[in-house]
Structure formats: structure tokens, C-alpha cells
Design a binder for this molecule. Structure first.
Ligand SMILES: Cc1cc2nc3c(=O)[nH]c(=O)nc-3n(C[C@H](O)[C@H](O)[C@H](O)COP(=O)(O)O)c2cc1C
Length: 348
């Protein structure tokens, strides 16, 4: 399948299906010398895996990462890092009735229209499980960001209209949706601090354009605001512009309506993103649909699904953001002749 790779210098390629033997990722272009072990990746995988709580599916996904290549003596070698996650809880029988029918809100019909047939087990490649590989890759990107003093963090912000901070009310809402055999939308917020100014590439690979592509590549993402985002459309220039001033000898902004990016380049302020997720499409409530034979049917979806996606997807947002930033930071090293010259002079 085309379209499984992302990034230019720090490039990730995910592979595998939800109910195949395994899935994973190949990370190419990772600089040598980053201390890396499977233990560095586990905490990120644990944030993505279902935790048995009210916000996630009851599926049991162990999500243990095996590093197959690209690491020697506890450090990255600069060669492709291949990581594998074996699928264990593969109850394909749960998905039998969607083999021939199309789930409203899911990718089934589109896959059949494109390829003529599909791996229907758990949604195959369109499953949220594909994001396990992205999280493993993002955990490596996060290590490099931390070496640079850049902090990238995403959290669940809202479930429906309920702030996630009010965890009891948010959980009640999810519980109520489950009881009604339904699901609910959600919002994730991501903040990046410590980002230097001037990172990004005009014009087609603007930092915000790359972030938007990364976010919209995550299943169920339906909207993104950077800074004030769509709210800027009803603001005045005098309100929306962030005034500059000098703080400790450096250019800084008094407000951050721009969300840390101007002209596709970081401006040194925090990068602020709000990512909007639709409700999980697979709901237990009976729905009207059609089957492969072109008949209208009453569809009842079996299987275990996330009642809200943002809870598990926050770490996916964080990791994809980290991948974009590392790629942009590495590309940025080529922007000034004097730096290219001084880099090579040190080796001559
Ligand atoms: C972490 C994560 C978990 C997901 N879990 C489910 C799920 O359990 N059931 C489901 O139907 N969709 C789930 N999705 C959403 C589907 O992958 C997505 O809605 C589907 O591929 C259709 O694509 P679209 O919504 O982007 O148009 C999940 C997505 C993510 C990112």
C-alpha cells in the first residue's frame, strides 16, 4: 500500500494489520548515538494500550516492542531501526459480520472501492492499532527532543463537552454512552516548549503544514487548531497579532495566538495544538448500512471498541508531533552555508 511512510530525513514507515501476526515500524534517518532500549519505548506504548478503564476498549493488547535492528551497545547506530509488536489478542471471529458489510463512519467501503477486497479483521490497516508503530517511532523522536531540551506533551482535554480535568464527569459521560451502545467525540491538546525559532521549511513543508498532515493521518481526527486556529477567523488583526518584545536578549511574544508558528517557521514560543477526534465509528447500537452485494441491511457490530478515541490517541498525537519536529530540526541543519562549512571544517 502506498502512503505508509512519513517524513523526509527522519522517516518512519509503519506496516502490519490489526489482526495479522505483528505490526511495526521502520525508522530511517535517526542519528547515531542516541541511548536506546526497549524500556525507553514501553512507557509510551503503555499510554496507548487499553488499560481496562472506562475510557478504553476491553481488548487486551500487550504491545511489547522488540527492537530488531539499528541499535548496538545500547545506542542507535544511524542505520534503520526496525521495531516489531506482535499481535496477541486476535479475536477475528468478533469481526465476521463486517467482512461483507460496511460500518458507517469507518473505512470499510472505501477499502473495497479502492482495492476490491480488504482485511476486515479489526479494520486491518485502517485500525487504530496501526498507531502502535507510530508511538514506538515517536518514543525515539522524543529522546532526541529531550537531548535538545525540547518538551512535547499531549493530553486528553475534553470528552464531548466535558473537560477531562473533571475526570468523574468525563467518565460518567463515557459510561452513559457505553450503556446506550454509543460512543463520543473528544479533544486532545498538545504543547511543545523549548522549541528554537526558525525551524520549518517554506513553502510546501511549512511546520504547520507538516503538523496538519501528521495529525490528519491519525484515524478519526477531524480538526486541528494551531494557536487560536479557527477562532482567528472572527478576530481583528489588532487582537490576533502577538506583539514582540525583547526578553533576556531574545525576541519574544507577549501573547501566543499564533501557537508558536508564523510563516511556517517556529517563532520560539510554545507550539500549541488542539486536535479534534470524532466519536468512535464502531458502535454496538444497531445501524442502517449496506453489504457488499448492494443490499440495505440492519448492522449490529460485535467486537470490543474504544468508546472514546482521544483517551488512547493523546500519546499518538504527541508521538507524531515529535516525529514532525525531529524531521524539521534535522532538515533545518542545512539552512545556512556557514554552518554546513563549519560542520565539515571540523572533520577536515
Ligand atoms: C488510537 C485509536 C484507536 C481507535 N480505536 C477504534 C475502535 O476501537 N473502533 C473503531 O471503530 N475505530 C477506532 N479508531 C478510529 C478508526 O481508526 C477511524 O475512525 C477509521 O479508520 C476511519 O477513518 P477516519 O475516521 O479518519 O475517516 C481508532 C483510532 C485511533 C487513532
Amino acid at each position: 500500500m502506498a502512503g505508509s511512510g512519513f517524513g523526509t530525513v527522519f522517516r518512519i514507515t509503519t506496516w502490519g494489520e490489526s489482526h495479522g501476526k505483528a505490526l511495526g515500524v521502520v525508522v530511517d534517518g535517526c542519528p547515531a548515538g542516541i541511548p536506546l532500549s526497549e524500556e525507553d519505548i514501553t512507557p509510551y506504548m503503555n499510554r496507548r494500550r487499553p488499560n481496562g478503564g472506562v475510557m478504553s476498549t476491553q481488548r487486551n493488547e500487550e504491545d511489547k516492542v522488540e527492537i530488531l535492528s539499528g541499535v548496538f551497545d545500547g545506542k542507535t547506530t544511524g542505520t534503520p531501526i526496525s521495531m516489531l509488536i506482535r499481535n496477541k489478542d486476535e479475536r477475528s471471529r468478533d469481526y465476521g459480520n463486517i467482512a461483507e458489510s460496511y460500518r458507517p463512519g469507518h473505512a470499510d467501503y472505501g477499502f473495497d472501492a479502492k482495492y476490491g477486497f480488504r482485511d476486515y479483521r479489526g479494520g486491518g490497516r485502517s485500525s487504530g492499532r496501526e498507531t502502535a508503530g507510530r508511538v514506538a517511532a515517536g518514543a525515539i523522536a522524543q529522546k532526541l527532543l529531550r537531548m535538545l531540551g525540547i518538551e512535547c506533551r499531549a493530553v486528553l482535554d475534553r470528552v464531548g463537552d466535558v473537560p477531562a480535568e473533571d475526570s468523574a464527569a468525563a467518565e460518567d459521560l463515557v459510561r452513559q454512552c457505553r450503556e446506550e451502545q454509543d460512543s463520543i467525540g473528544s479533544v486532545v491538546r498538545c504543547t511543545v516548549s523549548g522549541m528554537p525559532a526558525g525551524v520549518g521549511d517554506p513553502v510546501f513543508e511549512k511546520l504547520d503544514a507538516d503538523l496538519a498532515k501528521a495529525m490528519f493521518s491519525i484515524g478519526a481526527v477531524k480538526g486541528l487548531d494551531i494557536g487560536d486556529g479557527h477562532r482567528a477567523a472572527s478576530a481583528r488583526g489588532s487582537e490576533n497579532n502577538d506583539s514582540f518584545y525583547i526578553k533576556e536578549g531574545k525576541v519574544a511574544a507577549r501573547t501566543n495566538h499564533a501557537g508558536g508558528i508564523l510563516g511556517g517557521l517556529s517563532d520560539g514560543e510554545n507550539i500549541e495544538m488542539t486536535v479534534y477526534f470524532k466519536p468512535t465509528p464502531s458502535i454496538a447500537k444497531p445501524q442502517k448500512s449496506v453489504n457488499k452485494a448492494g443490499e440495505e441491511i440492519d448492522l449490529v457490530i460485535h467486537g470490543r471498541h474504544d468508546p472514546v478515541i482521544g483517551a488512547r490517541a493523546a500519546v499518538v498525537v504527541e508521538c507524531m508531533t515529535a516525529v514532525v519536529l525531529v524531521d524539521a530540526l534535522l532538515r533545518n541543519m542545512m539552512s545556512r552555508a556557514e554552518e554546513v562549512v563549519s560542520f565539515y571544517r571540523r572533520r577536515m
